[in-house]
Design a protein around this ligand. Structure first.
Ligand SMILES: O=C(O)CCC(=O)C(=O)O
Ligand SMILES: [Fe+2]
Length: 307
C-alpha cells in the first residue's frame, strides 16, 4: 500500500497553533522589484532577477512583458467567453536510493490552471488569501526563502490598466515567509475623523500595471483583488498558475482541453500542460510518456527515462 497512508493523523486533525508573537515579528517590509523586460539581453539574466525578487518579497513586477499585438489577440479569443460567463478560474530535484544506487530525479513544473479575471466596476475586494492553500501547504516562519518551500507560482498579465482604484491585486511583500498559522493583515479601508486607519497600509503593495506588464508571485504570498471603485473600468487580467510536476493540477487539463489543440503545441508546452511525465514514474501510460501516445512514433521527443 502507498506509504502516503502512513500519515500522522493528529497533525491532520489538530493544526498548529498560531505563534503568540506572530504579527509583531514583522519589522521591515521587503521591497518589491520592478523589472523592465526589454532591458535584458538574455533570458537567463531575466530569470535570475525574477527569482531573486520572488525569494525576497514573494512578488515581482515585470514591465512590458507582452506586446500589445499579443494582448489584442488574447482579448479577441477570450472576450466571447467572458461575455457568455455569468458574474461570479520550478523544477524539483530529489535524491533516492535503489539498493546501492543513488538516483537524482528531476521533476519539471506544470500548469495548474489558467483563469481570465474580468472585474467589473463596483466589484468588492476579495479576502486576502494564499493560493497555495489548495495544496494543503503549511509552513513555519522562515528567516529567508529556501528551495522546496513552494507549491505554486502565479503569473498575472494585465490585459487592461490595473490601478489601486480599479482593484489592482493587493499583496503583502514578505508574507511568503510568515508562519502559515498567521492570519492576513487587515487592508486599511478608511480613515476615521481622527485620521486613524483600521489597518497598516505600509504592509501592502499593489500590482499596478499597464497593459502588457506582468506580476509574478509565489503561491504562499498573501494577496487578493482590491475593490473596483471606478464607474466604468473593467480590470482585465490573464492569470496562469504553475505547480510542481508531481502534484495534482487544479484544473483537470485532460478534460478541459481538446487533444487536437494540445497536439498543435510544441512538445515542451504539451509537457507543461500536463501531458509529460514527472520523474520518477509519475503519469506514464503503458510505460510511455503521454506525449508519445499523443503524437505518435514519428515525432522526435528525445530519450525518455522515468527516473
Ligand atoms: O483578481 C486578482 O487580482 C486576484 C485574484 C485572486 O487572487 C484569486 O482569485 O485567487
Ligand atoms: Fe488568489
Amino acid at each position: 500500500m502507498a506509504p502516503a497512508l502512513l500519515r500522522n493523523d493528529s497533525y491532520d486533525l489538530e493544526p498548529r497553533k498560531s505563534p503568540s508573537s506572530s504579527r509583531s515579528k514583522v519589522t521591515s517590509i521587503p521591497k518589491v522589484s520592478e523589472i523592465d523586460f526589454n532591458a535584458y539581453e538574455t533570458e537567463e539574466r531575466l530569470i535570475d532577477d525574477i527569482i531573486s525578487s520572488l525569494k525576497v518579497s514573494g512578488g515581482c513586477i515585470i514591465r512590458s512583458m507582452y506586446q500589445q499585438s499579443t494582448l489584442h489577440a488574447m482579448e479577441q479569443e477570450i472576450r466571447p467567453y467572458i461575455n457568455a460567463t455569468g458574474k461570479a478560474t520550478s523544477t524539483t530535484l530529489s535524491n533516492s536510493w535503489h539498493g546501492t544506487q543513488s538516483r537524482t530525479s528531476t521533476s519539471a513544473p506544470q500548469l495548474s490552471t489558467t483563469v481570465t479575471f474580468s472585474i467589473s466596476p463596483g466589484t468588492p475586494a476579495q479576502g486576502l488569501h494564499r493560493d497555495d492553500d489548495i495544496y494543503h501547504t503549511q509552513h513555519p516562519a522562515a528567516p529567508s526563502h529556501h528551495l522546496g518551500r513552494d507549491t505554486m507560482l502565479c503569473l498575472f498579465v494585465a490585459g487592461k490598466k490595473c490601478t489601486p482604484a480599479n482593484g489592482a491585486t493587493r499583496f503583502v511583500p514578505g508574507s511568503h515567509l510568515w508562519d502559515y498559522c498567521v492570519p492576513p493583515p487587515t487592508y486599511p479601508s478608511s480613515a476615521d475623523t481622527n485620521g486613524n486607519e483600521d489597518g497598516d497600509h505600509t504592509l501592502f503593495a499593489h500590482a499596478a500595471m499597464n497593459p502588457g506588464d506582468a506580476f509574478m508571485m509565489l503561491g504562499g504570498t498573501y494577496h487578493g483583488a482590491g475593490s473596483n471603485t471606478t464607474r466604468d473600468e473593467e480590470r482585465l487580467v490573464y492569470a496562469a498558475f504553475a505547480t510542481r510536476g508531481f502534484l495534482r493540477q487544479e484544473e483537470n487539463q485532460y478534460l478541459a482541453n481538446h487533444l487536437e489543440r494540445i497536439r498543435e503545441l510544441p512538445i515542451e508546452l504539451q509537457r507543461f500542460a500536463g501531458f509529460g511525465a514527472s520523474k520518477p514514474y509519475m503519469g506514464w501510460v503503458d510505460m510511455e510518456e503521454p506525449v508519445r501516445l499523443l503524437n505518435g512514433d514519428g515525432v522526435e521527443m528525445g530519450e525518455v527515462e522515468f527516473w
